[in-house]
Design a protein around this ligand. Structure first.
Ligand SMILES: NC(=O)c1ccc[n+]([C@@H]2O[C@H](COP(=O)([O-])OP(=O)(O)OC[C@H]3O[C@@H](n4cnc5c(N)ncnc54)[C@H](OP(=O)(O)O)[C@@H]3O)[C@@H](O)[C@H]2O)c1
Length: 326
């Protein structure tokens, strides 16, 4: 099969088409003939050499796909050869064939194309488990979402709104701000033009928010903590500006009874991810059919143009998902 080789790790142009044997599905896995694969920021970090795959995972890039089930591994029930699915993969998505645990596959939501379905797993698994399981966002609460125009950000905005929260978000330009408002954000701050923490305090009458979803880190950490209301929760899913916190002062955590947490999806157990998949299927997938959620595909590149796809992601000029057609 054709796949994208990214060895040795480095800049985007290390990636090239290559050939290798298709993988074989093991116990509980399915082989998927991939039509579309999503590009995610963690792929960029893996390709650059700063985010190695966990033990046992495919060394090939690609954390989500959609396509047709080509073969069932031993013990798989509930899926058939020929079924169209989207799946969270442990790696290996940038290829013509990819294996995934059957329990990490989801049906294509009603009304969505295969391309749109491929754009969902990584973002929806990540946001669902971090914002709802870990940070326990509830209806009527306020959430601040950084990087609102990212794949993760747009997913978080829509899910938070769909489940009754008030949404504040930060973005880097006016076009992204308008897009996030259209996607449902109540209040958007352009962090290049205004001090988002001061504006958030004003907008909430100094009450702050109940939950912050952050991927920036660095000097955002103290601002995030100070932007939380009593009993607030900060959840970090990345540290794009570094995990060292200047002028860290933990007293605010004690005084306001805050929780600071975070997680990464990829190393979690097959069972954990299967539980997230079941919860998404039950609670979230029906919201696509009713039009309350929609995918946000920005651009689709042929697999052979993966270098341009990663360069677009690194430019941060995109809004929403960058996809590969295999
Ligand atoms: N923990 C997990 O399990 C998990 C899973 C998936 C993704 N993630 C993380 O979630 C984040 C979003 O992922 P994604 O795939 O949705 O990425 P993405 O679409 O590329 O979004 C990243 C966005 O963050 C904003 N940003 C703010 N500060 C930035 C900085 N210092 N460097 C780069 N971008 C910055 C940019 O928009 P502006 O122009 O508005 O700044 C950019 O568009 C990534 O950091 C990714 O690693 C974590």
């Amino acid at each position: 099969m054709r796949y994208i080789d990214h060895q040795p790790c480095g800049n985007a142009d290390v990636m090239k088409l290559a050939e290798m044997p298709a993988p074989e599905p093991r116990d509980g896995e399915v082989l998927i003939e991939v039509r579309y694969a999503g590009v995610n920021r963690p792929d960029v970090a893996q390709r650059a050499g700063s985010y190695p795959p966990p033990p046992g995972a495919s060394p090939v890039l690609g954390l989500e796909v959609a396509g047709r089930i080509a073969k069932l591994g031993p013990g798989v029930t509930g899926w058939h050869v020929g079924d169209e699915v989207c799946a969270l993969t442990p790696g290996g998505g940038y290829a013509e064939f990819c294996v995934a645990p059957a329990s990490h596959c989801l049906p294509v939501p009603e009304g969505l194309s295969l391309l749109e379905a491929a754009s969902l797993p990584e973002n929806f698994f990540t946001v669902w488990t971090n914002v709802f399981d870990r940070a326990r966002l509830k209806a009527g609460e306020r959430i601040l979402i950084h990087g609102g125009s990212s794949g993760i950000g747009l997913t978080a905005i829509q899910l938070a709104k769909a489940f009754g929260a008030e949404v504040y978000t930060t973005v880097g330009n006016a076009e992204k701000a308008a897009y996030c408002r259209d996607a449902g954000a109540d209040t958007v701050f352009n962090y290049r033009e205004e001090d988002w923490a001061a504006e958030l305090a004003k907008a909430t009458g100094k009450q702050g928010v109940n939950v912050v979803l952050d991927m920036v880190g660095g000097d955002y950490v103290m601002k995030n903590l100070r932007s939380l209301a009593v009993d607030g929760r900060l959840v970090n899913i990345a540290f794009l500006n570094g995990s060292k916190v200047p002028d860290f002062d933990a007293s605010v955590i004690m005084v306001r009874r805050l929780v600071m947490t975070g997680s990464t999806l990829r190393p979690r157990s097959v069972e954990d991810k299967a539980a997230i998949a079941r919860s998404l299927r039950e609670n979230v997938w029906p919201l696509f059919a009713s039009g309350r959620l929609k995918p946000h595909v920005n651009r689709t590149f042929p697999l052979g143009e993966v270098v341009a796809a990663h360069q677009l992601m690194e430019s941060s000029a995109h809004i929403g998902k960058i996809m590969l057609e295999v």
